[in-house]
Design a binder for this molecule. Structure first.
Ligand code: SF4
Ligand code: SF4
Length: 489
């Protein structure tokens, strides 16, 4: 293990024991599933079904479009009852297009095809199958896994890292998965290693998960895969922190892990890869942690995608008291939900219902310049200075201070004694900069189109002029020839 000092980080209370005690349970099929066409980073999927269609379990119901996108498959057999907008699992609460599917109770599989002898196959074939199965980063990032695998294969990587950190408080879905499905994760890791042709695989697990560590080390025995314990410190699950802890490599600012010969995937993503290659099963369900002290029962559930958060809570728990905050994901980087009428998507690692006491709301007060946020930042940024500039409306100055390196981990906000909403300011400013860039690109495109139009109009005028001149010359020539014929000398 590399002993060099890690930058930043905080130690929030874990609350892991609330949900990590019991085995994963399977959630039964609800009356209706709401399959969002935007369950991943990138372009939304395009629906391939219409209202009234009967679909089978695992059938492709929406195709990926563009370079960065992922297809969507039916989690069970049934009938499509609607193709309409529905509340999105997003803080804005803005609607997204969803396919409503009414299960028929038969749970009848579509024709699915496992890959035989996968290690004898071309690595690109594994990447293609992973893409066709709609697998995305299940740690919450939801970046299409095949795109990451494919580009790693193309550029070449030495090391595949599997992230079993799960450093967010409350979340225990990866912990339980590693305890219960370690063999499948290791199998997925071997398949991913083949897909990217990596020389080595290292799995990092925080030391607050001893049972998971033990199970994973036992499953990896003899495979050549290294399973290592890393200190529990938020955000240990971030790429930069985990890579440094496991390999000693400090990823430079604004560079991608691939540039240092590394690629990182989540442990649950590896399991999904194994299920796809060995069983032909696309990504149609995921493990969701249900936690928070506003709930009667906490735990982990394997949930069909498209299940509403309200259906899951009503079945699995119910409320002990009125929740003060609802979150999809973890409390540090998750998104606050407008209500529970939102569907579980591929990135839904958890549904948290937190009490007033757990969120401990305090009014922000002026910055006391204690620099705790600077010490906490894993990216070596100056959160107080960036925030001061953003509050003045100078997002460019925040950008110069490294705003784009901010990973949005919230360690600065967590540690701030003035309760300043630092990470919210950074997310707002990043959105503002992205909008400006989009506007600038749009303006540039408009300028290019206008310039092309001007050039086209000028060219057409020139061509018209040349044509007229040619016609005039031909007419003059003909007239001269006729005059010559009329007056032979
Ligand atoms: S932690 Fe909060 S109070 Fe302290 S310097 Fe940073 S922004 Fe100011
Ligand atoms: S949210 Fe950004 S600025 Fe704050 S600690 Fe994390 S990386 Fe640093």
């Amino acid at each position: 293990m590399f002993k060099q000092a890690l930058r930043g980080g905080v130690h929030p209370s874990g609350f892991k024991e609330l949900s990590n005690q019991e085995a994963i349970k399977r959630f039964p099929l609800p009356d209706t599933l709401y399959l969002s066409l935007q369950q991943h980073l990138g372009a939304p999927a395009t629906p391939l079904v219409k209202v009234g269609d009967r679909v089978r379990k695992g059938q492709l119901v929406a195709a990926s479009q563009g370079m960065i996108s992922a297809p969507v498959h039916a989690p069970t057999s049934g009938r499509v009852t609607a193709l309409a907008e529905h509340t999105a699992p997003h803080p804005s609460g803005l609607p997204v297009l969803v396919i409503s599917l009414e299960p028929d109770g038969l749970d009848e599989w579509d024709d699915i095809e496992p890959v035989s002898d996968p290690f004898a196959r071309d690595p690109q074939e594994i990447c293609t199958r992973v893409g066709a199965a709609g697998i995305v980063g299940l740690g919450g990032a939801t970046f299409p896994a095949a795109v990451k695998l494919g580009s790693s294969l193309e550029t070449g990587v030495e090391t595949l890292i599997l992230n079993g950190g799960e450093c967010e408080p409350y979340l225990t879905c990866d912990d339980r998965l590693m305890r219960e499905k370690a063999d499948e994760i290791i199998r997925g890791a071997c398949l991913m290693q083949h897909a990217v042709q990596a020389k080595e695989v290292i799995i990092g697990i925080e030391d607050n998960k001893p049972e998971a560590l033990e199970k994973m080390q036992a499953a990896a025995a003899g495979s050549g895969i290294q399973v290592k314990s890393v200190p529990s410190r938020y955000p240990m699950g971030s790429e930069k922190q985990l890579v440094q802890q496991l390999t000693g490599i400090e990823l430079p600012a604004r560079s991608r892990a691939a540039a240092s010969g590394l690629v990182m995937h989540n442990v649950a993503t590896a399991r999904a890869v194994a299920q796809t290659i060995d069983q032909g099963r696309p990504l149609i369900s995921r493990i969701v942690t249900l936690s928070g002290q506003a709930l009667t029962h906490q735990g982990n559930w394997e949930v069909p995608l498209g299940t509403l958060a309200s259906q899951l809570i009503n079945y699995a728990s119910g409320f002990d008291c009125k929740p003060a905050r609802l979150i999809m994901g973890g409390p540090m980087m998750g998104i606050q939900l407008p209500n529970l009428h939102v569907p579980i998507i591929k990135g839904s690692s958890g549904i948290l219902a937190l009490t007033e006491e757990e969120i401990n709301p305090t009014q922000p007060s002026p910055c006391v310049r204690c620099a705790r946020c600077v010490q906490a930042c894993p990216m070596g940024l100056l959160p107080l200075e960036m925030a001061a500039n953003i509050r003045k409306g100078d997002v460019e100055a925040a950008q110069e201070l490294g705003l784009s390196d901010c990973v949005g981990c919230g360690a600065c906000s967590y540690t701030c004694p003035a309760s300043l909403p630092l990470v919210h300011l950074f997310n707002y400013a990043k959105g503002e900069l992205a909008n400006r860039e989009k506007e600038a690109r749009k303006m540039k495109k408009t300028q290019v189109l206008a310039q092309r139009r001007e050039e086209r109009v000028a060219r057409q005028a020139r061509e018209r002029e040349e044509l007229l001149a040619a016609r005039r010359a031909a007419a003059a020539k003909k007239a001269a020839e006729e005059a010559a014929e009329d007056n032979p000398s």
